[in-house]
Design a protein around this ligand. Sequence first.
Ligand SMILES: O=C(CO)[C@H](O)[C@H](O)COP(=O)(O)O
Length: 217
Amino acid sequence: MNADQLKQQAALAALAHVEEDSILGIGTGSTVDLFIDAMAAQKLRIRGAVSSSERSTTRLRRHGIDVLDLNTAGELDLYIDGADESDRHRRLIKGGGGALTREKIVAAASRRFICIADESKLVNVLGKFPLPVEVIPMARSYVARQLVALGGQPVYREGFVTDNGNQILDVHGLSIVDPVQMESDLNQLAGVVTVGLFARRPADLVILGSPSGVKTF
Ligand SMILES: O=C(CO)[C@H](O)[C@H](O)COP(=O)(O)O
Protein backbone atom coordinates (compact mmCIF):
# COMPACT_ATOMS: atom_id res chain seq x y z
CA MET A 1 0.00 0.00 0.00
CA ASN A 2 1.30 3.47 -0.78
CA ALA A 3 1.20 6.48 1.56
CA ASP A 4 -1.96 7.88 -0.02
CA GLN A 5 -3.81 4.61 0.52
CA LEU A 6 -2.72 4.59 4.17
CA LYS A 7 -3.87 8.19 4.62
CA GLN A 8 -7.17 7.27 2.99
CA GLN A 9 -7.57 4.40 5.44
CA ALA A 10 -7.13 6.75 8.40
CA ALA A 11 -9.45 9.36 6.88
CA LEU A 12 -12.21 6.79 6.36
CA ALA A 13 -11.83 5.46 9.92
CA ALA A 14 -12.27 9.00 11.28
CA LEU A 15 -15.67 9.32 9.60
CA ALA A 16 -17.10 6.93 12.19
CA HIS A 17 -16.47 9.61 14.85
CA VAL A 18 -18.47 12.32 13.09
CA GLU A 19 -21.93 12.82 14.57
CA GLU A 20 -24.87 14.07 12.62
CA ASP A 21 -25.58 17.82 13.00
CA SER A 22 -22.24 18.45 14.68
CA ILE A 23 -19.89 21.32 13.94
CA LEU A 24 -16.44 20.18 12.89
CA GLY A 25 -13.06 21.84 12.98
CA ILE A 26 -11.10 20.98 9.86
CA GLY A 27 -7.31 20.96 9.64
CA THR A 28 -5.11 21.20 6.58
CA GLY A 29 -3.08 18.88 4.38
CA SER A 30 -3.34 15.94 2.03
CA THR A 31 -4.84 13.60 4.66
CA VAL A 32 -7.47 16.16 5.59
CA ASP A 33 -8.25 16.65 1.88
CA LEU A 34 -9.04 12.93 1.72
CA PHE A 35 -11.20 13.24 4.82
CA ILE A 36 -13.18 16.16 3.35
CA ASP A 37 -13.73 14.26 0.10
CA ALA A 38 -14.81 11.11 1.95
CA MET A 39 -17.19 13.08 4.17
CA ALA A 40 -18.79 14.64 1.11
CA ALA A 41 -18.96 11.31 -0.74
CA GLN A 42 -20.74 9.68 2.19
CA LYS A 43 -23.11 12.67 2.42
CA LEU A 44 -22.57 13.00 6.17
CA ARG A 45 -24.93 15.71 7.42
CA ILE A 46 -23.07 18.21 9.59
CA ARG A 47 -24.07 21.74 10.60
CA GLY A 48 -20.89 23.15 9.17
CA ALA A 49 -17.15 23.35 9.54
CA VAL A 50 -14.62 25.82 10.87
CA SER A 51 -11.61 25.72 8.59
CA SER A 52 -7.94 26.15 9.50
CA SER A 53 -6.78 27.38 6.09
CA GLU A 54 -7.77 28.90 2.77
CA ARG A 55 -6.87 25.55 1.19
CA SER A 56 -9.38 23.60 3.27
CA THR A 57 -12.00 26.35 2.98
CA THR A 58 -11.88 26.11 -0.82
CA ARG A 59 -12.24 22.34 -0.71
CA LEU A 60 -15.10 22.38 1.80
CA ARG A 61 -17.02 24.98 -0.22
CA ARG A 62 -16.47 23.05 -3.44
CA HIS A 63 -18.34 20.16 -1.78
CA GLY A 64 -21.13 22.49 -0.64
CA ILE A 65 -20.16 22.26 3.06
CA ASP A 66 -20.89 25.44 5.06
CA VAL A 67 -17.74 27.12 6.35
CA LEU A 68 -18.43 28.89 9.64
CA ASP A 69 -16.67 31.73 11.44
CA LEU A 70 -15.10 30.51 14.69
CA ASN A 71 -16.26 33.67 16.46
CA THR A 72 -19.88 32.71 16.00
CA ALA A 73 -19.60 28.91 15.96
CA GLY A 74 -18.85 28.56 19.70
CA GLU A 75 -17.19 25.40 20.98
CA LEU A 76 -16.66 22.83 18.23
CA ASP A 77 -17.60 19.18 18.65
CA LEU A 78 -14.65 17.59 16.91
CA TYR A 79 -11.43 18.68 15.24
CA ILE A 80 -9.90 16.50 12.52
CA ASP A 81 -6.35 17.14 11.36
CA GLY A 82 -3.21 15.45 10.10
CA ALA A 83 0.31 15.69 11.52
CA ASP A 84 3.93 15.61 10.45
CA GLU A 85 4.93 13.54 13.50
CA SER A 86 3.20 11.96 16.48
CA ASP A 87 4.70 10.28 19.52
CA ARG A 88 2.91 7.59 21.52
CA HIS A 89 1.53 10.22 23.89
CA ARG A 90 -0.31 11.82 20.92
CA ARG A 91 1.92 14.89 21.08
CA LEU A 92 2.42 16.21 17.59
CA ILE A 93 4.57 18.25 15.27
CA LYS A 94 2.41 20.12 12.79
CA GLY A 95 2.82 22.94 10.32
CA GLY A 96 4.47 21.24 7.37
CA GLY A 97 1.72 22.89 5.30
CA GLY A 98 2.18 26.18 7.14
CA ALA A 99 -1.30 26.32 8.68
CA LEU A 100 -0.14 25.75 12.28
CA THR A 101 -1.54 28.93 13.85
CA ARG A 102 -5.12 28.48 12.73
CA GLU A 103 -4.82 24.76 13.36
CA LYS A 104 -3.81 25.39 16.95
CA ILE A 105 -6.66 27.84 17.43
CA VAL A 106 -9.28 25.47 16.03
CA ALA A 107 -7.86 22.53 18.00
CA ALA A 108 -8.04 24.60 21.19
CA ALA A 109 -11.65 25.52 20.49
CA SER A 110 -12.72 21.89 19.98
CA ARG A 111 -13.97 19.40 22.56
CA ARG A 112 -12.19 16.50 20.86
CA PHE A 113 -9.17 16.31 18.53
CA ILE A 114 -8.62 13.32 16.27
CA CYS A 115 -5.37 13.16 14.36
CA ILE A 116 -5.27 11.14 11.12
CA ALA A 117 -2.05 10.06 9.40
CA ASP A 118 -0.16 7.21 7.84
CA GLU A 119 2.01 5.15 10.17
CA SER A 120 5.27 6.71 8.92
CA LYS A 121 4.39 9.72 11.10
CA LEU A 122 4.79 7.75 14.34
CA VAL A 123 8.11 8.43 16.11
CA ASN A 124 9.67 7.66 19.49
CA VAL A 125 11.01 11.18 19.98
CA LEU A 126 9.65 14.25 18.20
CA GLY A 127 12.04 16.39 16.18
CA LYS A 128 13.28 14.50 13.16
CA PHE A 129 10.76 16.49 11.15
CA PRO A 130 11.94 20.14 11.25
CA LEU A 131 9.79 22.04 13.74
CA PRO A 132 7.81 24.84 12.03
CA VAL A 133 7.69 28.14 13.92
CA GLU A 134 5.50 30.97 12.59
CA VAL A 135 7.07 34.38 13.19
CA ILE A 136 6.18 38.02 12.68
CA PRO A 137 8.32 38.99 9.64
CA MET A 138 10.36 41.73 11.38
CA ALA A 139 11.32 39.29 14.16
CA ARG A 140 12.58 36.51 11.89
CA SER A 141 16.33 37.00 12.39
CA TYR A 142 15.98 37.71 16.10
CA VAL A 143 13.94 34.54 16.65
CA ALA A 144 16.37 32.55 14.48
CA ARG A 145 19.28 33.60 16.73
CA GLN A 146 17.34 32.55 19.84
CA LEU A 147 16.57 29.18 18.25
CA VAL A 148 20.27 28.64 17.50
CA ALA A 149 21.05 29.44 21.15
CA LEU A 150 18.55 26.71 22.11
CA GLY A 151 20.42 24.18 19.94
CA GLY A 152 18.32 24.27 16.76
CA GLN A 153 19.19 25.08 13.17
CA PRO A 154 16.42 27.32 11.84
CA VAL A 155 15.87 27.50 8.09
CA TYR A 156 13.76 30.30 6.63
CA ARG A 157 10.92 28.88 4.46
CA GLU A 158 11.67 31.30 1.64
CA GLY A 159 8.86 32.48 -0.59
CA PHE A 160 6.18 31.16 1.78
CA VAL A 161 3.72 33.48 3.51
CA THR A 162 1.16 32.08 5.95
CA ASP A 163 -2.57 32.79 5.69
CA ASN A 164 -1.90 35.31 8.48
CA GLY A 165 0.78 37.20 6.51
CA ASN A 166 3.68 35.83 8.56
CA GLN A 167 6.81 33.78 7.85
CA ILE A 168 7.98 30.30 8.89
CA LEU A 169 11.27 29.08 10.31
CA ASP A 170 11.74 25.30 10.07
CA VAL A 171 13.97 24.25 12.95
CA HIS A 172 16.23 21.28 12.25
CA GLY A 173 18.31 19.26 14.68
CA LEU A 174 16.05 19.31 17.73
CA SER A 175 15.54 16.22 19.82
CA ILE A 176 12.40 17.14 21.67
CA VAL A 177 12.50 15.05 24.82
CA ASP A 178 10.20 17.38 26.77
CA PRO A 179 7.70 18.69 24.21
CA VAL A 180 5.48 20.48 26.77
CA GLN A 181 8.41 22.48 28.14
CA MET A 182 9.78 23.25 24.70
CA GLU A 183 6.39 24.43 23.46
CA SER A 184 6.17 26.81 26.45
CA ASP A 185 9.76 28.03 26.04
CA LEU A 186 9.44 28.78 22.34
CA ASN A 187 6.05 30.44 22.82
CA GLN A 188 7.77 32.95 25.13
CA LEU A 189 10.13 34.29 22.45
CA ALA A 190 9.14 37.76 21.30
CA GLY A 191 7.99 37.61 17.69
CA VAL A 192 6.90 33.97 17.76
CA VAL A 193 3.27 33.61 16.73
CA THR A 194 2.92 29.85 17.00
CA VAL A 195 5.14 26.83 17.53
CA GLY A 196 4.20 23.72 15.58
CA LEU A 197 4.36 21.58 18.71
CA PHE A 198 0.97 20.36 19.87
CA ALA A 199 1.98 18.98 23.27
CA ARG A 200 0.10 21.09 25.79
CA ARG A 201 -3.03 20.20 23.85
CA PRO A 202 -2.22 16.81 22.31
CA ALA A 203 -4.64 14.87 20.15
CA ASP A 204 -7.27 12.86 22.02
CA LEU A 205 -7.02 10.03 19.52
CA VAL A 206 -4.52 9.24 16.78
CA ILE A 207 -5.69 7.07 13.86
CA LEU A 208 -2.87 5.66 11.74
CA GLY A 209 -3.27 3.86 8.45
CA SER A 210 -0.93 0.85 8.17
CA PRO A 211 -0.56 -2.13 5.82
CA SER A 212 -1.98 -4.38 8.58
CA GLY A 213 -5.01 -2.13 9.13
CA VAL A 214 -5.92 0.93 11.15
CA LYS A 215 -4.10 1.52 14.44
CA THR A 216 -5.47 3.82 17.14
CA PHE A 217 -4.05 5.09 20.39
O1 LIG B 1 0.20 20.44 9.92
C1 LIG B 1 -0.20 20.36 8.79
C2 LIG B 1 -0.40 21.52 7.92
O2 LIG B 1 0.01 22.70 8.53
C3 LIG B 1 -0.53 18.99 8.24
O3 LIG B 1 -1.44 18.39 9.09
C4 LIG B 1 0.71 18.17 8.16
O4 LIG B 1 1.67 18.86 7.38
C5 LIG B 1 0.44 16.80 7.56
O5 LIG B 1 0.11 16.92 6.22
P1 LIG B 1 -0.28 15.69 5.31
O6 LIG B 1 -1.64 15.23 5.72
O7 LIG B 1 -0.26 16.26 3.90
O8 LIG B 1 0.76 14.62 5.50
